[in-house]
Design a protein around this ligand. Structure first.
Ligand code: XIL
Length: 352
């Protein structure tokens, strides 16, 4: 045994000298100074469960991108930006495809990172067989149950938290009139949560929403929904605050908003943070963006039930912003060349 251990240690030293071991890879922290700016290292030292990033399958061929994403001192959690959504996982009724989601799940596992599942029930990226199927309430109930239990069950044991229901409300606090609400009323939320809970009892079950980061009708609607789910005994563990912000417009009551939900016994997380600007970026905008990232992270840090923050991809190279918000971009803490921006220093400062 001693001989085997001795040989193993010798072999490891040899491989390390050759640069063939993970510990010697360029993505590992190389000094105390490097570790001091590793976001997940800083975040977990504060008691957060993770600092994470979204990613997407097409980007995984970019080795320089993957090297940074896979450094678990930098990112302790990843979220698939698209490949666990309904159109990706059940494009036809009863036909499930998990190849894209599996690739992200094995990346997380290989990197020793937590995984957030995103998402089970959402009006968007929903195949037309669901949205235009004309199903009655009993049939749509069974479709939701099958979808959520199959997808959540497939990843059982691999997921820290699932966004079971995504974006249920309009900005004015009324229910979004998608096929789920139109057919089942608000009951669809509990149907999805129950199915997810049965499929992976250990996963934390979330409702994920945007424009709830500040007091207002939408936030109130979600608070009311939480209370009614809790009265009904429906499983629900957390609320995801998406936090797709605009430079200079981070709500001053973000911390108070997070606390309204932790006061109900839930955990909260910042799930999709990015802070966009009208292009071109200027030094002044980048400086404001640094302040803005710092205040978002400080708000989560100040709330004991805020378990972590996920940025909606770490680099401007793969951000969803320019293709979604015309004329806007530069929303991430790393630029298009995978170089950190002042925003990164703002995050480090808030976590230090
Ligand atoms: C976005 C993806 O990042 C894009 O690649 C895709 O084209 C559209 O969806 N809120 C959400 C995420 O919950 O799923 C969205 O992701 C961004 C807004």
């Amino acid at each position: 045994m001693m001989t085997i251990l001795g040989f193993t240690a010798f072999a490891a030293l040899f491989l390390a000298q050759q640069g063939l071991l993970g510990a010697a890879s360029p993505t590992a922290p190389t000094s105390d100074a490097a570790a001091a700016s590793e976001l997940n290292t800083l975040a977990t030292a504060l008691g957060w469960k993770y600092f994470g990033s979204a990613t997407d399958n097409p980007e995984l061929t970019d080795t320089a991108y993957v090297a940074i994403l896979s450094d678990n001192g930098m990112f302790g959690q990843i979220t698939p930006g698209n490949s666990m959504k309904w159109d990706a996982t059940e494009p036809e009724r009863g036909t499930f495809t998990f190849s894209g989601g599996d690739a992200i799940a094995s990346l997380a596992e290989g990197n020793g990172q937590l995984l957030r599942g995103h998402n089970c029930v959402w009006y968007n990226q929903l195949p037309s067989w669901v949205s235009s199927g004309g199903f009655d309430a009993a049939t749509l109930t069974s479709i939701i149950q099958t979808h959520c239990s199959t997808v959540v069950g497939h990843y059982k044991g691999q997921i820290y938290s699932w966004d079971v229901v995504n974006e249920p409300f309009n900005d004015d606090g009324t229910w979004r009139t998608d096929v789920f609400f139109n057919t089942l009323g608000e009951d669809y939320v509990g149907i999805a949560l129950e199915a997810a809970s049965g499929a992976d009892p250990a996963a934390k079950l979330y409702i994920n929403e945007y424009n709830i980061e500040s007091a207002g009708a939408k936030q109130t609607a979600l608070l009311n929904l939480v209370q009614s789910l809790q009265s009904a005994g429906t499983p629900l563990d957390g609320i995801g605050f998406q936090c797709h912000f605009i430079v200079g417009e981070v709500p001053t009551d973000l911390q108070a908003s997070l606390e309204k939900f932790t006061a109900l016994g839930l955990e909260v997380a910042i799930t999709e943070l990015d802070i966009r600007m009208t292009l071109p970026s200027t030094d002044a905008l980048l400086a404001q963006q640094k302040t803005d990232y710092e205040s978002v992270i400080a708000a989560c840090r100040a709330v004991s039930g805020c378990v972590g923050t996920t940025i909606w991809d770490y680099t401007d190279k793969y951000s969803w912003v320019p293709s979604t918000f015309s004329g806007q971009g530069a929303a991430c803490p790393w630029d298009e060349n995978l170089v950190t921006k002042p925003a990164f220093d703002g995050i480090v400062s808030a976590l230090s």
